[in-house]
Design a binder for this molecule. Structure first.
Ligand code: HEM
Length: 350
């Protein structure tokens, strides 16, 4: 007969807290880390399922819905994790000092599951900030190194989303060529902007500034209109999505009101939410560290707050999806979709 206590393995779970000191707060410190690790396990479980869904060549609508629910669950867990930091902050810096020395040289930096979450989402080796001038792997046990290295070799969510987007046959539909029409609309928009600046009553400095800003937009659009420039930026890490996938992501963002593109849009938005919430966790964690340690270095030996602040700024998994807003244009300039393009994506998938 199933019994609550044994089904949940509570003997193991509740006897897994081993404080190294007699400090009252150490229990909270351990439990906050352990609950984080349990939730990391659940996030990895959802990410594994998301990967399996994305790996299918054809993604029927029901599968998109399932993918959506997996990703949304991750965002809800992330909110819980951010809230947990507030609980740990009820410990004062002096109370932390009562047991901190016992922790050396252990650090959350060695969380294997946290690295797996980052790797599975698509944070790559070359986009990571170096820790004590070395790769994070060097601070893990051999066993953990081989697990995270393996995860780096497997297709990650970023790559699978890229392949899914690149497969969507939405850019050319019968006589409708999205890319040509979009470029035309952008040109019209920029011409109109320039005209209205010229007829506005501006002084010379204002006029030049506003014209320069139109020129900046024109230059920025060139980086996406010209495939060779785009690919150069891709090679230098300024973009991460392939050209075809990036155009599909833009298309989905522009036509998100059309029934067939609503779910894909929700999915892209959830990926941005996950990235944003991960950054919010990093910021909350780094502020907690600042509060607990000031500018002292961490038990793992990093610069502490400064290192963590930098990861919050640079460790992004889907930067292209954030930056795409720069290329959105007003609805009044949006080329109309031909009839039939508003079908389900499944029926259009090749
Ligand atoms: C008093 C509470 C905490 C302090 C003072 C603290 C301090 C630090 C410091 C200084 C680092 C940088 C590495 C180092 O030099 O050690 C770090 C990294 C990290 N900590 Fe914490 N931490 C705390 C709580 C937590 C909790 C509850 C978690 C949850 C799992 C956690 C997870 C991590 C992770 C994943 C990293 C690596 C971040 C990265 O490399 O981007 N920390 N922590």
């Amino acid at each position: 007969m199933t019994y609550y206590h044994s089904y949940l393995g509570l003997d193991e779970l509740l006897s897994a807290q081993h404080p190294l000191s007699s400090a009252h707060e150490e229990m909270l410190f351990i439990i906050t880390h352990q609950t984080h690790e349990l939730w990391f396990k659940q996030i990895l479980h959802e990410l594994e399922s998301a990967k399996n869904i994305l790996a299918q060549h054809i993604l029927p609508d029901q599968q998109l819905l399932l993918l959506h629910s997996r990703l949304r669950r991750i965002t809800e867990i992330q909110k819980v994790l951010i809230a947990q930091i507030r609980v740990l902050e009820t410990m004062t810096p002096m109370e932390f000092l009562d047991f901190r020395d016992h922790l050396n040289p252990a650090s959350g930096f060695q969380s294997m599951q946290f690295r797996l979450v980052e790797n599975t989402l698509g944070l790559t080796r070359d986009t990571r900030i170096k820790y004590k001038k070395a790769h994070y792997c060097q601070f893990l046990t051999q066993e953990h190194q081989s697990i995270v290295n393996q995860a780096e070799l497997e297709p990650n969510i970023h790559q699978l989303v890229d392949q899914w987007l690149a497969r969507l046959p939405i850019l050319v539909y019968k006589d409708f060529d999205f890319w040509k029409q979009y470029q035309h609309s952008v040109n019209q928009l920029l011409i109109q902007e320039e005209k209205s600046i010229r007829i506005a009553q501006l002084n010379e400095t204002e006029l030049q500034e506003r014209l320069q800003s139109v020129q900046n937009s024109r230059d920025s659009f060139r980086t996406i209109f010209e495939e060779n420039i785009y690919n150069e930026h891709l090679a230098h890490g300024k973009r991460r999505l392939s050209y075809q996938a990036w155009k599909a992501a833009l298309f989905i963002n522009l036509y998100r009101d059309t029934p067939a593109f609503q779910m894909p849009f929700q999915i892209l938005s959830l990926l941005v939410d996950i990235d944003e919430l991960l950054t919010s966790w990093r910021v909350s964690h780094s502020l907690m560290v600042h509060r607990m340690l000031g500018l002292k270095s961490g038990t793992g030996g990093s610069s502490g707050y400064e290192y963590l602040k930098a990861t919050a700024t640079y460790h992004k998994c889907f930067p292209d999806l954030f930056n795409i807003s720069e290329y959105l244009i007003p609805k009044s300039f949006l080329p109309s979709l031909p009839k039939g393009a508003a079908l389900s994506l499944t029926t259009m998938d090749s």
